[in-house]
Write a protein that binds this ligand. Structure first.
Ligand SMILES: Nc1nc2c(c(=O)[nH]1)N[C@H]1C(S)=C(S)[C@@H](COP(=O)(O)OP(=O)(O)OC[C@H]3O[C@@H](n4cnc5c(=O)[nH]c(N)nc54)[C@H](O)[C@@H]3O)O[C@H]1N2
Ligand SMILES: Nc1nc2c(c(=O)[nH]1)N[C@H]1C(S)=C(S)[C@@H](COP(=O)(O)OP(=O)(O)OC[C@H]3O[C@@H](n4cnc5c(=O)[nH]c(N)nc54)[C@H](O)[C@@H]3O)O[C@H]1N2
Ligand code: SF4
Ligand SMILES: [Mo]
Length: 896
């Protein structure tokens, strides 16, 4: 079978992937060495892509009210009901909610239908939660949503600043590229600005653990420090921006941000003295009630210092989703029209001419948070959700659920059979997923790459654009949606980008408008603009002096504002939310892969050890995290990386993976006034200990009905179902009843608060259960294996009852390296045996040698061991015996 060059469907790095379907149906992937985004590297999520394909968990057929239906029936039903709502209540009563997971062609089609033919601008996207502040920032500064930089700039810069970005986990391949550049040029300085000490800090020369939400103060102060370098009148808005910054000297900044005076001064000194600098910013900046101003505070200092439009310079907003940028190009946000056009009369008229429609939306539509509020009030009566899971990812998600449950018509286009959002849908359209669908995506550096199909589409799944086009036909707009292939959509989009453009709109890919199907299929990754004058694309979008529309670059006056959320006596903690290394968003794809579940299998609330003492909670306790909005249940994890008073919870868990694991139940729907982006990074909360009498692990072939009082967490596992459970009433009763009812033989052990049970049918393991006052220390992989390879002897069965493998195979502990399944225990053992570097650990255990995402954690374990042994030496206890040169206690290659 031939291999296919395609693009990873996860983050905005946009790595090239070579995928191959083996004769047995298995899918193998590796990094595309030719792709300029990754040159062959993949992170663990990308490397596990082959494990996410297949039919399991997929939505395969259209459904009406939960019943399988034909495409004809489902489309007719949806169109008839949509038409009726539009006829009765007008086009503003319907909305689409789309996603940066869609391909550009899908996105273009959805935007065209809503804004061009239904005639309202009520199409918004999950990019509202993600990039919208960055878009406002660029537009205000450059007159266009124009990301000025390229990845290659990262390798050429003298000073690289990560602000509100945990790139080591969220943009791993890019981070590895930066780490390699730093290794090659150690004089390159790296600054991380984040209230938490994250894995990204691993390569930092300076970590500024500022107070939550205080970044604007830091950058406004930097502008003040730069003021002397600026010639008067260089930029629009310059005087006002400088005036707003005037009072912000280092002392005031240090107090505002809760930082040491010397650290702020050092950061400013580096920025002023280094010839080049880049600022990489993501959700710690964008997801803020003053996110747009924070973006401009960053851009201002690049303008003021001239660190823009040159190699190794620029304010670089990293995009999150695989096609967040594509969505911005097609106009997927409710306050834009297509191809970087706005709602100026000339733009509306131009679009009407190009699309041949007299029904172009005249005014901006509802932004994500407003949109779901309008659904809740009954003003919007129909919503079509494509490729996003708002019941999990929007703030105040309990209210979002209520809105959806009241909505007259909810339609979804999905790849997963069951999601929190699809639960509310009346009509479900099965979409083609990665490996099946065909089109383009654009990454953070404006690089357009092809996603190419290499798998047959399962069931009756269809491309997202096709579903939209079918709907358009039924709404009477068929002619404008008559495409037969995504290449036709792409060429139309490319032509529109150049239509009456004349250099007025930054986004111009008219150079690709004439692609034949063959050329489209063969398209190499290329950075826009792509025009007649720049046929091979454009690496750097702005020069030092000119922006778009005649050199108008602007500064924005920023008055640093603190978050709207404010801890108080009732809710004393700051709650921060974000990503973990191996999960993607609402887990519909990564949550099914055992390998990706091992690193952090449970929703944890990270807390500083001092706070834990004050709150009377210990590692592994269960707590309710409570805000004025709602609550969730999480496992306590002590972490020195947290600053006192601040907690962190991942955004990923939801009703399909946990009881009350959804952090957005807590987050208030407070948004930036300019961008509409919610303040997802700051919420005031309190902790409440949850009293359970036991915690346990359940392994089974199929999940039995659980008593309703139990708390459960689903973990992906090979060959069986695996649930972590916790409860109050003893589990013995229902488990024994269950087994007796099913006619299984049981074997159990109890004592000292522990209860273990195995249930068998004809020598086959049906269920294994382990509980204690705390989560029992068992070997999950050993138990899971017993479902396919039942233990052969009494000794092995005995070991299984203890939750272990027979013999002396040690428990793996927490899995650190997901690529090779290397656990914490083996790593600690190797360190004890003499490994002193990540390279040595890699040689000995292979950990960290593939994607590299776990290297920061390996370093942390090494550092921890080193500081422990140092402390032991200082107190004279536990003295380490110095090894003689040549003395070997590990496999030879591990010690040089
Ligand atoms: N593994 C993984 N990778 C992903 C994704 C995923 O789901 N999983 N999703 C992708 C998407 S869509 C996106 S948008 C990106 C997001 O990528 P990132 O923005 O890097 O990820 P987050 O974890 O959301 O948040 C980044 C950091 O912001 C910090 N932060 C919180 N509050 C503040 C603050 O007030 N100031 C500053 N300076 N920092 C603060 C947090 O502590 C956190 O470390 O990741 C992409 N990559
Ligand atoms: N508290 C908090 N909340 C946050 C964030 C945070 O940091 N903190 N981050 C925000 C950010 S930056 C983002 S981007 C959002 C992400 O939030 P969501 O967009 O809600 O998350 P996903 O899980 O990516 O949802 C994508 C859905 O589309 C489906 N899907 C995948 N591929 C396709 C396809 O090709 N076609 C179709 N039709 N469907 C497909 C998936 O199964 C899944 O259900 O969350 C936001 N919410
Ligand atoms: S860094 Fe990882 S998730 Fe992001 S595109 Fe590359 S392989 Fe995919
Ligand atoms: Mo995102």
């Amino acid at each position: 079978m031939n291999s296919v060059h395609t693009t990873c469907p996860y983050c905005g790095v946009g790595c090239g992937v070579v995928a191959q379907r083996e004769a047995n149906g298995a899918v193998s992937v590796h990094g595309d060495t030719q792709h300029p985004a990754n040159f062959g590297r993949l992170c663990v999520k990308g490397a596990a892509l082959g494990e996410t394909t297949g039919r399991q968990g997929r939505l395969l057929y259209p459904e009406i009210n939960g019943e399988r239906a034909s495409w004809e029936a489902a489309l007719d039903e949806a169109a008839t009901r949509l038409r009726a709502i539009i006829d009765t209540h007008g086009p503003q009563a319907v909305a689409f909610y789309a996603s940066g997971q869609l391909l550009t062609e899908d996105y273009y089609a959805a935007n065209k239908l809503m804004k061009g033919f239904i005639g309202a601008a009520n199409i918004d996207t999950n990019s509202r939660l993600c990039m919208s502040s960055a878009v406002v920032g660029y537009k205000r500064a450059f007159g266009a949503d124009a990301v000025p930089c390229s990845y290659e700039d990262l390798e050429q810069t003298d000073l690289l600043i990560f602000v509100g970005s945990n790139a080591a986990w969220a943009h791993p391949v890019l981070y590895q590229r930066i780490a390699a550049a730093k290794q090659a040029r150690p004089e390159m300085k790296i600054v991380v600005i984040d209230p938490r000490r994250t894995a990204t800090c691993d390569i930092a020369d300076l970590h500024l653990a500022l107070a939550p939400g205080s970044d604007a103060g830091l950058f406004v102060g930097l502008l003040n420090a730069l003021a002397g370098e600026l010639l008067p009148g260089r930029f629009d808005g310059q005087d006002a921006a400088l005036a707003a910054a005037r009072e912000w000297d280092v002392a005031r900044v240090a107090a505002f941000c809760g930082l040491a005076h010397s650290d702020v001064a050092r950061f400013y000194d580096w920025f002023l003295s280094m010839p080049t600098a880049m600022t990489l910013y993501t959700m710690g900046i964008n997801q803020s009630s003053s996110g747009s101003d924070k973006c401009n505070a960053i851009i201002n200092v690049h303008l003021a210092s001239g660190k823009l439009g040159r190699p190794g310079c620029g304010p670089f907003s990293l995009t999150g989703q695989p096609n967040a940028m594509g969505g911005r190009e097609v106009g997927g946000l409710a306050n834009q029209l297509a191809c970087h056009m706005g709602f100026e009369p000339a733009d509306i008229a131009r679009l009407g001419r190009f699309w041949g429609s007299e029904r172009i939306a005249q005014t901006p539509g509802l932004m994500a948070v407003e949109l779901f509020e309008a659904i809740g009030r009954g003003e919007v009566k129909a919503v079509w959700i494509m490729g996003t899971n708002p019941a999990v990812s929007l703030p105040d998600s309990d209210a979002v659920r209520q809105s959806l449950s009241r909505c007259e018509l909810v339609m979804i286009s999905e790849v997963a059979a069951k999601t929190d959002t699809s639960h509310f849908a009346h009509v479900r359209f099965p979409a083609q997923g990665w490996g099946e669908k065909n089109g383009t995506v654009t990454n953070s550096e404006r690089r357009i790459s092809r996603q190419r199909p290499f798998l047959p589409a399962p069931g009756e799944t269809r491309p997202d654009w096709w579903i939209v086009a079918q709907m358009a036909r039924r709404l009477g707009a068929g002619e404008a949606f008559g495409w037969q292939h995504p290449q036709e959509i792409f060429c139309e989009h490319a032509a529109l980008s150049g239509f009456e453009n004349d250099g007025t709109r930054a986004f111009d890919i008219s150079g690709l408008a004439g692609l034949t199907r063959e050329a489209y299929d063969a398209l190499s990754p290329v950075q826009w603009p792509v025009t007649a004058t720049m046929p091979a694309g454009t690496a750097r979008l702005l020069t030092e002096k000119t922006g778009w529309r005649g050199g108008r670059l602007a500064m924005v006056a920023v008055v640093p504002a603190l978050p709207q959320a404010r801890p108080d006596a009732r809710y004393p903690f700051w709650l921060n939310t974000g990503r973990i290394r191996d999960q993607w968003h609402t887990m519909t794809r990564t949550g099914t892969v055992a390998r990706l579940m091992q690193h952090q299998p449970l929703p944890r609330v990270s807390i500083h050890p001092d706070d834990a003492v004050r709150e009377g909670v210990r590692e592994g306790d269960l707590v309710d995290v409570v805000s004025a909005q709602g609550f969730m249940v999480a496992w306590v994890a002590l972490s020195e990386a947290q600053q006192p008073g601040a907690l962190f919870v991942p955004m990923h868990w939801n009703a399909h993976f946990a009881t009350r694991g959804r952090v957005n139940a807590l987050v208030a729907p407070v948004c930036c006034a300019h961008s509409g982006q919610p303040e997802s990074k700051q919420t005031a909360v309190r902790l409440q200990r949850r009293h359970t009498h036991w915690q346990g692990e359940l392994f089974c072939r199929a999940l039995p009905a659980l008593p309703s009082e139990l708390l459960w967490w689903r973990q992906a596992q090979h060959g069986c179902e695996h649930y972590t459970l916790a409860g109050v009433t003893s589990p013995q009763g229902w488990l024994c009843d269950l087994a007796t009812h099913a006619g299984w033989q049981i074997q159990y052990a109890e004592g000292a608060g522990a209860f273990h049970l195995l249930a068998w049918r004809d020598g086959e393991l049906m269920l294994a259960f382990y509980s204690g006052a705390r989560r029992p220390e068992i070997q999950p992989e050993a138990v899971a294996t017993a479902f396919s390879e039942p233990p052969a002897c009494a000794l092995a069965r005995h070991a299984l009852l203890a939750g272990k493998r027979a013999g002396n195979a040690p428990a793996k502990g927490r899995i650190i390296c997901s690529c090779f399944g290397v656990g914490e225990n083996a790593i600690r053992a190797a360190i004890t045996a003499g490994c002193v570097s990540t390279e040595q650990l890699g040689e000995s255990l292979r950990c960290g040698t593939n994607c590299g995402s776990c290297v920061p954690e390996l370093k942390a374990l090494l550092a921890q061991a080193a500081s422990l042994s140092e402390a032991a030496n200082q107190t004279g206890r536990g003295e380490r015996v110095a090894l003689e040169p040549g003395e070997e206690i590990l496999p030879r290659q591990a010690r040089r």
